[in-house]
Design a protein around this ligand. Structure first.
Ligand code: C2E
Ligand code: MG
Ligand code: MG
Ligand code: MG
Length: 280
């Protein structure tokens, strides 16, 4: 390549690109081996009722427990697994594991168990023709009732995936709930709500962050709770880190919230007491 005007070659740039794709390929191969070696684990973060403080659900979040690097964040490896297609197999494992765990809590803890489990699903999974069958099998094998499962998808995944909308209708037909994750940060936002079968709006952390200061974020958070309520949807505020944010969200009409203020994601949540030990 020639840099336009300067006549300087782009050697440095291409070398970095090559290094990047080599690194991606290496990581992709490592992920395959990690799945075979059983190195993935789920952690669970509480979603709580703001009026009562009770546990409404838990969100399952995947971790890679790397033999040398320790806990690896999904932000690092989920995009790579999406790229090389491994997310389909990893995602099926995540669904089976989360449904089995949730069914086990229900059997052991009864009413102390979270009523639902939320599972993140990526664009690639949503576009896969057999995805609803994967969900259906995870429910049947675990014995978890379909209404206890919430599938979290992003606006972008729904927007870009050709088959995504059809899949969401199939999930709804099973009785599974659908949540739009990181709501408000994608491409289409409000327009999607007219066509997509959705039950829950997860209002992105970016709108929660400065909510206690009168300004844009508070205005948008207010608009989003009004849209949710008006459409008969459930809103969940994400990334709540302080008691002040929780109080303000409650005042605005939010009934459900999630964030470090209520609990970090942990491998074994203790539903008997309020205290849980953070692992990440
Ligand atoms: P997400 O689904 O929006 O998950 C919320 C993320 O925010 C989690 O990060 C969680 O640990 C973090 N978080 C929760 N409360 C707070 C808070 O109060 N403050 C801050 N700073 N962060 C908070 P995590 O676990 O690293 O996951 C990042 C993203 O990776 C997820 O965003 C989701 O898009 C993706 N992901 C995680 N697990 C899975 C999975 O099992 N499957 C798929 N396809 N994607 C996953
Ligand atoms: Mg999520
Ligand atoms: Mg989210
Ligand atoms: Mg988010």
């Amino acid at each position: 390549y020639e840099a336009k005007g300067t006549g300087k070659p782009f050697h440095r740039f291409t070398t970095e690109l090559d290094q990047h794709s080599t690194e991606q390929a290496r990581l992709g191969a490592e992920l395959r081996a990690a799945l075979d070696a059983d190195q993935f684990q789920l952690v669970y973060q509480p979603i709580v009722s703001l009026p009562t403080g009770s546990l409404a659900s838990v969100e399952a979040l995947v971790r890679w427990v790397h033999p040398e690097r320790g806990w690896v964040s999904p932000a690092e490896f989920v995009p790579v697994a999406e790229q090389n297609g491994l997310i389909v197999e990893l995602g099926a494992w995540i669904l089976r594991t989360a449904c089995t765990q949730a069914a086990d809590w229900r059997a052991r803890l009864g009413t102390r168990a979270p009523a639902r489990v939320n599972v993140n699903v990526s664009a690639r999974q949503l576009a896969e023709p057999g995805f609803a069958d994967v969900v259906s099998a995870a429910l049947a094998d675990s014995g978890l009732p379909p209404s206890c499962l919430v599938v979290e998808v992003t606006e972008t995944a729904v927007f870009e995936g050709g088959r995504a909308l059809e899949t969401l209708h199939e999930l709804h037909a099973l009785g599974v709930l659908v949540a739009l994750d990181d709501f408000g940060t994608g491409h289409s936002s409000l327009g999607l709500l007219q066509t997509v079968p959705v039950d829950v709006l997860k209002v992105d952390k970016s709108f929660v962050d400065n909510i206690t200061m009168a300004g844009r974020h508070a205005v948008i958070a207010t608009a989003l709770i009004n849209v949710s309520t008006g459409l008969g949807l459930t809103a969940v505020a994400e990334g709540v880190e302080t008691a002040e944010q929780a109080a303000e969200l409650h005042r605005l009409g939010y009934r459900l919230a999630q964030g470090y203020h209520f609990g970090k994601p942990v491998a074994e949540p203790d539903f008997g007491t309020a205290e849980v030990t953070a692992v990440v």
